[in-house]
Design a binder for this molecule. Structure first.
Ligand code: G4F
Length: 327
């Protein structure tokens, strides 16, 4: 069978790198859209792709420039496109609403418009987010739960979700959105709370830090493993008809619980090290996220069974290894 061609935006990130590995294993020709700066500084910016670099086709483009996206889509003519790139750090969205909204909404729009023109049969995946539920009316949240985003990031994701749905309805394109709840791994960026905690544990164990400053410890999230979530993205695009799906574990835990477990993995008591810093609270918080992924499990045959403790342990062990203090 000839190789299928996939284009991934955000390929240098946590999800993009796992998805690229997954697609290569399925026999795809994998193309990635990256910023020019990434190609200029591969050691840092392409570090998650290091083991598969020679099997990827990377193209420099900017999601802020329609012309550059048009050019890449014209060159690649993908059969599947996974749009993962975004300004995805919610805290930063409060510091710069303008660039979060511009980059996230326009980037999605430019990509859809280019695909419509140049590769209308391409199957499109949009990375929606549980942040779209925000101050949710129902617990747990499923595909029917109304959106009530609490940040410009959440608003930009609702706009992207609606754009994907509109291209599906107006132009009969195969556009699906995954509403993914928080997903973590040893490849998570250091600014997100899980990695901030596990790398903090490693620094404390290595004697390089004495405390860890965190914001709201009572916020609750449905945390899954990113490596296991990318399979759901792929399954969405293998369906005969496009649709939207919640992807989640169905369990929720507080930031405090994550910290407690992470410190315990290293034989430490979080109460001796965690300091609550009001400056790290958000102007509008999403207090409780818990997903119901029944539809993805039933229709896509996707499943998830990794215990929360195993995710925390994998991240702490990895960070301790990187810090030179293996457990
Ligand atoms: O790890 P976080 O920064 O992730 P957040 O805001 O839930 O967003 C992540 O998940 C979304 C899916 O629901 C994605 F769409 C999004 O791109 C991203 O991947 O924060 C988690 C919780 C928040 O309630 C935050 O207030 O942790 C709380 N928190 C407490 N102290 C902290 C901290 N978050 C960060 N980043 N840093 C802290 O010191």
């Amino acid at each position: 069978m000839p190789e299928r061609r996939a284009l991934i935006t955000g390929i240098t990130g946590q999800d993009g790198s796992y998805l690229a590995e997954f697609l290569l294993a399925q026999g795809y020709e994998v193309h990635g859209l990256v910023r020019r700066v990434a190609l200029e500084d591969p050691e840092h910016r392409l570090s998650r792709l290091i083991d598969i670099m020679d099997r990827l086709h990377l193209h420099a483009a900017s999601l802020e420039s329609y012309a550059s996206i048009h050019q890449v889509v014209e060159q690649v003519r993908p059969e599947e496109c996974y749009h993962l790139a975004a300004q995805s750090f919610v805290s930063y969205a409060f510091d710069d609403e303008f660039s979060t909204l511009n980059a996230n909404i326009n980037g999605t729009h430019y990509l859809l418009a280019a695909l419509r023109r140049l590769a209308p049969a391409c199957r499109f995946y949009f990375a929606g987010s549980s942040e779209m539920f925000g101050h949710a009316e129902h617990v747990p949240q499923n595909e029917k739960t109304p959106f009530h985003p609490r940040s410009s990031y959440g608003i930009s994701k609702v706009a992207g979700f609606e754009l994907a749905r509109n291209y599906r309805e107006a132009y009969a394109m195969h556009c699906s959105s995954g509403i993914l709840f928080n997903h973590e791994s040893p490849r998570r960026g250091f600014e997100f709370v899980t990695r901030k905690i596990t790398s903090g544990v490693a620094r404390i164990r290595a004697g390089r830090a004495k405390e860890l400053r965190l914001g709201n410890l009572e916020a609750q999230r449905d945390w899954g493993h990113a490596r296991l979530y990318v399979a759901a993205m792929w399954r969405m695009l293998q369906e005969p008809s496009p649709d939207d799906y919640v992807v989640s574990t169905g369990e929720t835990h507080s930031v405090r619980e994550f910290a407690e477990k992470a410190f315990a993995v290293a034989g430490l008591d979080y109460r001796d090290y965690v300091v609550t810093d009001p400056a790290l609270y958000r102007p509008a918080e999403v207090s409780l996220l818990l997903g119901d992924s029944t539809k993805a499990r039933q229709k896509l045959g996707w499943s998830y069974s990794l215990p929360f403790e195993a995710l925390v342990r994998e991240m702490v062990e990895s960070d301790c290894r990187l810090a030179g203090v293996p457990l």
